[in-house]
Design a protein. Structure first.
Length: 330
């Protein structure tokens, strides 16, 4: 962690609040001494940043994480919250077949928030951006009654066309990369008041998107792709609708990891339901022409066919919700 200019003599960041530190004291703390990738031409410190756009196009996406809805400070450390806020955006960038370049961050929180919490969130953002090869190039800080972390991610297509949701064609192979069901299992464990097994709980706290798999899929000629944020069935439903096709999944294609099965048995849950409908793992789902050699990390799980847009599992519609709904019916 960088040396903090806001630590009081003989104390720690936990001893001071944001109202004592002030906006610019925190900005200095979270930006000083940080490493930027070559795509950052001008980083934090001016009215705006300058980020290189190699072929004149920029992939852009944004997400808002709200305390009590997307994260809880009694479940996650500030750094884990920061990493998650970065990951959910960076995953959307790679789902377009792009390479992440930069993050812009807006943080709103009560003035009484310990400076250590805000600094920890920033540390997590920087750490996850570094994993993806991006930089944190700017942002904003504001006072609010509830903590909100808003992140905008930018990416470069490197001369390729974007891989959208609308290109799946009958006959294509459906494949996934990354973990599925782990974050949902971790949420179930946390919801029961437990903090282990750590591998599942940490999957909920800090997702691990397969960053390299997105650009690799684009280079291999993926016809469509999507970030699995709300659940595989729900997100493939967007692909089916955008492409005007039917997607048919094979239940036997999904291997249930041992720890997932073990915890599902203990909680009386169906691990395959977590895999098919659980969100927040930020895996990638893509479609490929049938003669395509799948990129490393992708596993075939079904195929695309003609028909009204729908997602079927072993030829039948899934019973129940296909994934997370941000605005469920009252």
């Amino acid at each position: 962690m960088p040396t903090s200019p806001i630590t009081p003599p003989g104390g720690t960041e936990a001893d001071v609040s944001l109202s004592e530190v002030g906006e610019f004291g925190l900005i200095t703390r979270v930006t000083s001494g940080r490493r930027q990738p070559p795509t950052t031409l001008l980083g934090p410190g001016d009215d705006a940043a300058v980020v290189a756009a190699g072929d004149g196009r920029v992939v852009a996406t944004t997400d808002v994480l709200v305390q009590g809805v997307h994260f809880r400070l009694d479940w996650s450390s500030p750094e884990q919250i920061g990493r998650k806020a970065a990951a959910v955006n960076l995953s959307d960038v790679v789902a377009m077949g792009a390479v992440p370049t930069a993050l812009l961050v807006g943080l709103a929180c009560p003035a009484s928030t310990p400076a250590a919490v805000a600094a920890g969130i920033a540390d997590g953002l920087w750490a996850e951006a570094d994993v993806a090869g991006a930089g944190v190039v700017g942002g904003d800080l504001s006072s609010a009654s509830t903590m909100v972390v808003a992140v905008t991610a930018l990416g470069s297509l490197e001369g390729r066309e974007p891989v959208t949701r609308g290109g799946a064609r009958p006959g294509d192979v459906v494949a996934v990369a990354g973990r599925l069901g782990w974050a949902a299992a971790g949420l179930a464990v946390l919801g029961r008041g437990f903090r282990s097994p750590a591998v599942l709980v940490d999957a909920q706290r800090t997702p691990q998107p397969p960053y390299a798999a997105g650009p690799a899929a684009a280079r291999a000629g993926a016809t469509s792709m999507i970030d699995v944020s709300d659940g595989l069935l729900a997100d493939l439903g967007h692909v089916a609708s955008a492409s005007g096709v039917r997607i048919e999944l094979d239940r036997a294609a999904f291997a249930v990891p041992y720890r997932l099965g073990e915890i599902a048995s203990a909680l009386g849950a169906d691990p395959l339901d977590w895999i098919l409908t659980g969100g927040e793992d930020h895996a990638l789902a893509a479609t490929f022409a049938p003669d395509t050699a799948l990129p490393e990390g992708f596993t075939p799980v079904g195929q695309v066919s003609d028909g009204d847009p729908a997602v079927l599992v072993d030829g039948a519609a899934h019973e129940g919700e296909p994934g997370w709904r941000h605005f469920p019916p009252a």
